[in-house]
Write a protein that binds this ligand. Structure first.
Ligand code: ACO
Length: 371
């Protein structure tokens, strides 16, 4: 038995949800470029769950259902108020999502209908948790969700208590489309491993949030912003990046396990970053990002991934840095739940093997003789 480090190149399951073939990402066979330009996040979530794009009435039905489910139990709001104000936002989200199960009478119902319904509920409630915690830690009351508006609109509304402008909604909506699913990424795999024991959907999503949090995965968007803040201004980009590269430091937002010739999602976020910069009259973050890309790609051949330009996009939208990874979760919960449903449909326990590298033929030394 020989281990493959990081399971690189291992095909661990079949899936009909999303694919990456020759650097092209598709959801249910539709190119991400097409979806990014021509579909809303709700259409994409429907596509992931039901395997087809919705008709207008199916879409209206889903938007209404999301609005209906978006309020979170008062007990969860009370818990959020008890979390230390400086709690890591992904840790807060992980705990709150897990506790949602306690107040859902259908949490242990494993019927396909109940699980699909819980997938929609989780999609509806996750943004409410993120926005509520963001306000509570600032000493503000949470804003109740609206119904009949998009997930992007509702999230921005719940953050500020004011209806966002169309440009901000469109930008966030497109970012959500781009992050919704991504084949067997680490957090989706974690979700599938968890539910393959026939554990419940809340356990699966809680596992996924834990995996997304790390800076080698979803946490990279926040880490990119930390780097941009550390660099501080355009004139310091070259020296700081050269120093990091010389010290063999990882540049966050670059590189990918699967894409070696570039992440197809990055160009959409780059365009969005440029357009939002122009609209707000503050191009510095965009220009710094472009310069970083020039240096890192030029010297290391590494291309930006989905997280790199997300950082300047979200900052230009006025969103706090530590909400970037929770926003990733707001989108990816659609993909996680679609994968969980697919896993339940054709389940087998996921239990790989390890190549043992420890000592052999050892004996129990009496305790008095141990050193
Ligand atoms: N900066 C500098 N060097 C890098 C970077 C980077 N961002 N990414 C990879 N490399 C280098 C590695 O140091 C390694 O060099 P070596 O062979 O000289 O040791 C080589 O490229 C191969 O890299 P690995 O780490 O083996 O690639 P792996 O497939 O294991 O990791 C990963 C992929 C985790 C994405 C990596 O590129 C990375 O850490 N990037 C930065 C974090 C990041 O942006 N994560 C988000 C990924 S997208 C997502 O999850 C949403």
């Amino acid at each position: 038995m020989t281990a493959t480090k990081g399971l690189e190149g291992i095909v661990a399951t079949t899936s009909s949800i999303s694919s990456i073939v020759d650097g092209v990402l598709t959801y249910r066979g539709i190119d991400i470029d097409d979806l990014a330009e021509n579909a809303s996040f709700e259409e994409v979530a429907y596509l992931l769950w039901y395997g087809k794009l919705p008709t207008q009435s199916e879409l209206d039905g889903l938007v209404n259902q999301l609005g209906e489910y978006a309020a979170i139990p008062s007990q969860v709001i009370e818990q959020l108020k008890l979390y230390p104000k400086d709690t890591n936002t992904m840790a807060a989200l992980r705990t709150a999502i897990s506790s949602l199960a306690l107040y859902d009478a259908s949490a242990q119902d494993m019927s396909p209908e109940a699980n699909l319904n819980k997938a929609i509920k989780l999609q509806a409630q996750l943004p409410t948790i993120v926005a509520a915690f963001a306000r509570i830690r600032e000493g503000k009351e949470p804003v109740a969700p609206k119904s009949g508006v998009s997930v992007a609109h509702n999230f921005l509304y719940m953050l500020t208590g004011q209806d966002p402008d169309d440009i901000a909604v469109k930008a966030l909506d497109q970012a959500l489309v781009l992050h919704a699913d991504h084949e067997l990424n680490a957090s989706t795999f974690a979700a599938r491993v968890t539910v393959a024991t026939l554990s419940d959907i809340y356990s699966g999503v809680t596992s996924a949030i834990g995996a997304l949090k790390g800076p080698l995965h979803g946490g990279a968007n926040e880490a990119v912003m930390v780097m941009l803040e550390e660099i501080g201004s355009f004139d310091k980009v070259e020296s700081t990046i050269n120093e990091k590269l010389a010290n063999k430091e990882k540049i966050m937002g670059f590189g990918h396990r699967v894409y070696k010739n570039g992440d197809p999602r990055a160009k959409h976020l780059q365009k969005m970053s440029r357009e939002l910069g122009k609209l707000t009259g503050s191009m510095e973050l965009y220009e710094m990002s472009v310069k970083i890309e020039e240096l890192v790609t030029g010297q290391k051949g590494l291309k930006p991934n989905v997280d790199f330009y997300s950082a300047s996009v979200y900052t230009t939208l006025g969103i706090a840095r530590d909400l970037f990874t929770p926003i990733f979760a707001i989108s990816r919960v659609s993909g996680w739940t679609a994968h969980i449903l697919e896993q339940y449909e054709n389940n087998r326990l996921i239990r790989p093997r390890a190549e043992y590298t420890g000592p052999v033929n050892q004996k129990v030394t009496p305790i008095a003789e141990r050193k």
